[in-house]
Design a protein around this ligand. Structure first.
Ligand code: HEM
Ligand code: NAG
Ligand code: NAG
Length: 485
């Protein structure tokens, strides 16, 4: 009985399914003619899609970009996939990057995850809607002016020189990544809040680590979870910053730093200042956005220079020339960085090849096409900086670390390590300056050996970093270097 019934049902069902499929195909074919073409790729099972394949890549030592690489081999430059219920497209071209950047806030917005929003706070520059973003960005960029960067250079140089000296004296191998994380953190905190006390800094850095670890966690406030620990650490950080603001307002302390420049605006009209919540959320945001990016870039630079000794030699020669022209023991000044033309290219090439931020996530606010490809409202559109920076049409021999390629001008949107458009990195000058001072002290003072050649990447990291942390041992350059030229 049952068998016959189901046979009957399929008898009616099948033809209508076939007709349905043909209709849909025809509709799609028609639409293809009218609008853009469909992007190849597999969306997989509902909701989950290729989530597990993605997580497997995240958890591997080849890094999460391997997921993208494999799909490009299968589908070509443009492909789509589904991760945790969202359709993702990776925009692989200069033309496509231009379209997205030029329409930021209009057709696209930043693609946030809830835990990330919760950690940085809703008044963070990363989260506020467009109407607040412009004002906030204007007020926040003030402290990144040439004037404050100029003050940062000798301070940072002093701190860095002392630490390198101590490490060289100890004769021990140390991980560049750990070192650069600490140096970048202390540098940013000093510039923002003038906190220099070692135990306070350690506590703050500890809490920042909890906060960043929670950014890709499941957002449930259950004690013991990564999310919970992150939220608690965030509360402690906010409390510390708020206590500092109160002290400054009461005149118990004063400093010439970012925080002070914010508080100087207390009597300004509301759209010419940030309120306290905005100040603390953005202090946190700047530390998070600035520390691990700069630190990873420094680590890769040390690695690339080790693998390319002729680049290292040429860089060292430039940096020694600067040292020879200064009184013995003098600290670097901002103007000195202007004569590091080769050093600047080394920094540029490092950022091209290391792709500290692999892609820049956006969400389409409307149906649209990019380069003739159809994008639907709600899709995640990721500007694939990695693909763009390794495109052999733009960068000849893209796997080669060759700073001199930047002797030539790049065409617009083909070099985007700091993004572009209204959301361009706010710390771009600070990052470059930090890297140049580091390169100067390292190459003009020392040679080094890399003590672990393993190229595998850290697991579960959204920023590609060597799993080894790139351990090195320093040797002081002998004095003959100072007189040779
Ligand atoms: C080598 C180091 C750095 C790299 C490679 C880098 C890269 C980037 C990129 C690509 C973006 C744009 C992302 C997007 O469009 O989705 C960005 C945004 C941002 N960066 Fe950086 N960054 C670095 C260092 C810093 C530093 C040192 C700071 C501050 C202390 C900083 C603060 C910010 C902020 C606040 C934004 C958000 C801007 C906005 O949304 O308006 N970054 N960064
Ligand atoms: C991540 O990889 C390690 C080593 O291959 C494995 O033991 C672990 O189960 C993996 N974790 C997840 C969540 O896939
Ligand atoms: C976007 O396109 C789909 C079909 O591709 C359509 O159903 C939907 O109404 C469109 N949405 C908007 C906001 O135009």
């Amino acid at each position: 009985m049952n068998k016959i019934k189901s046979y009957d049902a399929s008898f009616v069902f099948l033809p209508s399914v076939v007709i349905g499929v043909v209709l849909v195909m025809m509709m799609q074919w028609c639409r293809k003619g009218r609008k853009g073409s469909e992007i190849p790729g597999k969306l997989g099972i509902p909701f989950l899609g290729e989530t597990f394949a993605f997580l497997a890549a995240v958890n591997s030592t080849r890094g999460c970009y391997h997921f993208v690489r494999l799909r490009r081999l299968r589908y070509g430059k443009w492909f789509k996939t589904r991760i945790l219920g969202k359709t993702h497209v990776y925009v692989p071209s200069v033309e496509g990057a231009k379209t997205v950047f030029a329409n930021d806030f209009v057709v696209f917005n930043k693609g946030y995850l809830k835990p990330m929003r919760d950690m940085v706070g809703k008044k963070s520059l990363l989260c506020v809607p467009q109407e607040m973003h412009g004002r906030m960005r204007r007020l926040l960029s003030d402290p990144f002016s040439m004037n404050s960067i100029s003050k940062f250079v000798p301070k940072f140089d002093h701190e860095l020189s002392e630490r390198l000296k101590r490490l060289e004296n100890s004769g021990k191998s140390f991980r560049v990544l750990e070192f650069s994380m600490k140096v970048a953190f202390d540098g940013i905190c000093d510039m923002l809040t003038s906190i220099t006390d070692a135990s306070t800094l350690d506590q703050l850095e500890h809490d920042i680590t909890y906060v960043t670890d929670a950014m890709l966690s499941f957002p449930l406030m259950i004690p013991g979870t990564r999310y919970y620990k992150g939220m608690k650490a965030r509360e402690r950080l906010i409390e510390t910053f708020k206590a500092k603001i109160t002290k400054r307002r009461n005149g118990e302390e004063a400093s010439d730093d970012f925080l002070q420049s914010m508080l100087q605006r207390d009597s300004y009209p509301p759209n010419e200042k940030l309120d306290d919540e905005e100040i603390v959320d953005n202090l946190l945001t700047l530390i998070i956005a600035g520390q691990s990016t700069t630190a990873a870039a420094i680590m890769w630079c040390v690695k690339f220079l080790d693998e390319n000794k002729h680049v290292q030699d040429r860089l060292r020669e430039e940096q020694l020339q600067i040292l020879r022209n200064k009184p013995a023991g003098a600290l670097l000044k901002y103007e000195d960085l202007m004569s590091m033309s080769y050093g600047s290219k080394v920094v540029k090439e490092t950022l091209r090849m290391s792709n500290v931020l692999l892609w820049y996530p956006r969400v389409a606010l409307d149906n649209c096409t990019i380069e003739g490809y159809e994008i639907k409202k709600g899709w995640n559109v990721n500007i694939d900086a990695t693909q763009i920076h390794y495109d052999p049409d733009t960068y000849k021999d893209p796997m080669r670390f060759n700073p001199s390629r930047f002797d030539e001008m790049q065409k617009p949107y083909s070099y985007i390590p700091f993004g572009s458009g209204p959301r361009t990195c706010l710390g771009i000058n600070m990052a470059k300056v930090t890297m140049l001072v580091f390169l100067h002290r390292l190459t003009s003072g020392y040679t080094w050996t890399v003590d672990d050649e393993d190229l595998s990447l850290e697991r579960k990291a959204h920023i590609p970093r060597l799993r080894s942390g790139c351990p090195i041992t320093l040797t002081r350059l002998d004095d003959t270097y100072m007189t040779n030229s």
